[in-house]
Design a protein around this ligand. Structure first.
Ligand SMILES: [Zn+2]
Length: 286
């Protein structure tokens, strides 16, 4: 099936009009201008139900393990951020249940969140009250120059118009304020090896970046890229298994299932620093 007509005529990042189908697929298009890979958007709030969050281990029996892993990662990433901006007001877009906001709060930040899922926003509100907005960055209003930092972890690739979102972020950042982003990288080794079977190609990721297209998006929004490196996350065998149950990959899912039956629980839950085809980028509002 040829879905070319349902794709935009212009790249939403660099406005180039030249595309090729990614690795012979009909549902993924690569912009020849900036290298971004576009999928047909499917990002309605209904997608982000309670069931959606079980894919990354947010079910009640795994919640504490997920919080432990994610907060270990967030501590390292926040340390990176604090090297360039001192604690002040911070906004986490796609804050989910508020695990990052808990870390930021403990380290002296005044924390705010935006979350599209009513289920997760309600969970975050139990701690952060009306500092959590249930919706998107496009429909929330904050004063101009309000935040010292804005974070988007595994969130920008969910947005059909990332440049519009980054422009809004620029507006609410103070001059000298910093945005920290973790997102997918289509130039990563895992994407090269897996091609169209790469797990990050999924309906809720309409815009999959590489370093060049991410830099182009940041500059188009008036933000100055200052750092970019591979994103290292703390993951456990148990956590990865929950992910591949939701997004099965032949061979790997079965291997992980086997591993969790063999491994003692303390090993299956051990946090391993891993890199799965994502990057961590920082940019500043001048
Ligand atoms: Zn482009």
């Amino acid at each position: 099936m040829n879905n070319r007509h349902s794709f935009p005529l212009n790249c939403p990042i660099c406005h180039d009009q030249r595309f090729s189908f990614f690795r012979g697929t009909s549902h993924l298009q690569k912009c020849l201008g900036c290298g971004v890979v576009l999928a047909q958007p499917e990002t309605s709030p209904e997608r982000y139900s309670e069931e959606y969050y079980t894919s990354w281990g947010a079910s009640s029996d795994e919640l504490e393990h997920t919080r432990f892993l994610k907060q270990k990662t967030f501590c390292r990433w926040l340390s990176d951020l604090e090297k360039v901006v001192k604690p002040g007001r911070i906004l986490d877009i796609g804050c989910a249940m508020g695990f990052f906001l808990e870390v930021a709060n403990r380290r002296g930040w005044e924390s705010f969140g935006v979350e599209i899922s009513p289920f997760s926003a309600d969970a975050a509100r139990k701690q952060f009250g009306n500092r959590i907005h249930n919706g998107t960055i496009m429909d929330v209003s904050f004063p101009c120059d309000f935040f010292d930092a804005v974070t988007l972890f595994d969130c920008l690739e969910h947005m059909p118009d990332p440049v519009a979102a980054l422009s809004k972020i620029r507006m609410i950042l103070r001059p000298g304020g910093v945005v920290l982003i973790s997102t997918v990288n289509v130039d990563s080794l895992s994407c090269k090896l897996l091609g169209a079977r790469w797990p990050h190609f999924k309906p809720e990721h309409p815009v999959c970046f590489n370093s060049s297209s991410l830099a182009t998006a940041l500059k188009a929004a008036g933000l100055q890229p200052i750092r970019l490196k591979p994103a290292v996350k703390n993951l456990s065998v148990r956590y990865i298994l929950a992910y591949f149950r939701q997004y099965p990959l032949p061979g790997i899912s079965r291997l992980l299932q086997l591993l969790t039956t063999i491994l003692p629980d303390c090993i299956a839950r051990f946090p391993l620093p891993l890199q799965f085809g994502e990057m961590l980028a920082m940019a500043r509002k001048s």
